[in-house]
Design a protein around this ligand. Structure first.
Ligand SMILES: [Cu+2]
Length: 387
């Protein structure tokens, strides 16, 4: 009987040593682990105290227009939500159609576009078309080109979409002086205008035919944003603090631009949705800085890229330069062409490394290498359990 117990103990100890060793090896073998915070977990969290609808990337829906009389009509609704910027980590955001960033609007140059915004926010708001050449009456400036859209009101914008390129839409506030506050709550989204068919065949347009005339295999639109989360978990930009806050900051403007969370497409590392490529793919990366205050030097590991468009406009072929880091200021867009010629697992991140540490990192993964991403998530959970 005693020898049976001894055998069991020996098996237990050997199993423990083996599993600990393999765990250490797993952690060491993954270069991304240095950037992972230990409090991440995929276990369910008690979210009963959250007062707004809880939304995450799985709630994203592509924005499809209603097409009538040759007009593409898009519908947006702005409303408060709890956005899951990391697994089980939430912030109060003001969102278009319950998602951060707002849904991408994608049309062809010359399209007649109508966009109806329903304001379900607690404050008046507006919608501005950044980089689009719209009539000034459609520019969305409250107090200048229109009255702010009051809560529960709708407003329809109407214009011809031009010019081709990476553009975006964002709130312009309710009055002069609250644009930054509203934008810092998350009210922005990409507006991509594709070239007309005849322009697509224009050999001098690097966005469409680019350097060696090979079309892009895949494209990603990446919105960079910044957030200030207070110690009690409130979004500092929120003028209306939730009533169940741990501190009584109700209706106090605590917005001080001490950003401490940086997201790519509404998600913070390690839960940013990765860029997935295939070897030899030609990739178009459309970066848009939708933040209000901070320039991000975006760096891609293991690759160089060509800047093929600035603020949506094609760079002439003889002016295209090659870099691996690029400063992207608030409101700016850069279209980068990347040739997937170095298979493996990489990251793209802000090289203001405090921003990277606070979320602005996105994996760049070649197909066939996904296994390391799941081990990253597993290790993450394990490190929480040990904590
Ligand atoms: Cu940055």
């Amino acid at each position: 009987m005693e020898s049976h117990h001894k055998l069991l103990w020996t098996i237990c100890i050997i199993t423990l040593i083996l599993s600990t060793t393999s765990l250490i090896l797993l952690i060491k073998s993954n270069p991304l682990n240095a950037l992972i915070t230990s409090e991440q977990t995929s276990e369910p969290t008690d979210t009963s105290h959250l007062s707004y609808p809880i939304k995450s990337p799985k709630d994203r829906l592509p924005l499809q227009p209603t097409i009538k009389n040759n007009t593409k009509h898009f519908y947006l609704e702005a409303s408060p939500i709890h956005w899951e910027y990391r697994t089980n980590q939430y912030l109060v955001a003001w969102a278009y159609n319950n998602q951060i960033p707002g849904p991408q609007i994608r049309v062809t140059e010359g399209d007649h576009v109508k966009i109806t915004l329903k304001n379900s926010l607690p404050v008046p708001t507006s919608l501005h078309w950044h980089g689009l050449e719209v009539p000034y009456t459609q520019d969305g400036l409250p107090g200048i080109t229109q009255q702010a859209i009051l809560p529960n009101q709708t407003y329809t914008y109407d214009f011809i979409a031009k010019p081709t390129g990476t553009r975006f839409y964002h709130t312009h506030g309710s009055v002069h002086g609250d644009e930054a506050q509203q934008l810092d709550m998350g009210l922005s989204g990409a507006f991509i205008i594709e070239p007309k068919k005849e322009k697509q065949q224009n050999k001098n347009n690097p966005i469409t035919t680019n350097i060696n005339q090979k079309p892009y295999d895949k494209e990603y639109t990446l919105l960079l944003d910044e957030w200030e989360i207070l110690p009690d978990g409130q979004n500092a930009a929120n003028p209306i603090k939730t009533t169940n806050a741990k501190t009584s900051a109700a209706n106090t403007n605590t917005h001080s631009m001490n950003y401490n969370l940086y997201t790519i497409n509404g998600r913070a590392f390690p839960d940013t949705e990765p860029i997935v490529v295939k070897e030899n793919d030609k990739i178009l990366l459309r970066f848009i800085n939708v933040g209000t205050s901070t320039t991000h030097p975006i760096h891609i590991h293991g690759h160089s890229f060509k800047i093929v468009a600035t603020d949506g406009n094609p760079v002439p072929l003889n002016a295209i330069i090659t870099k691996d880091t690029i400063n992207i200021a608030p409101g700016e867009r850069y279209d980068l062409e990347l040739i997937a010629n170095n298979p493996g697992i990489w990251i793209t991140h802000c090289h203001e490394l405090h921003h990277a540490d606070a979320g602005m990192v996105i994996p760049l993964i070649y197909e066939g290498y996904n296994i390391n991403l799941s081990s990253m998530k597993n290790t993450n959970t394990i490190s929480h359990d040990k904590h």
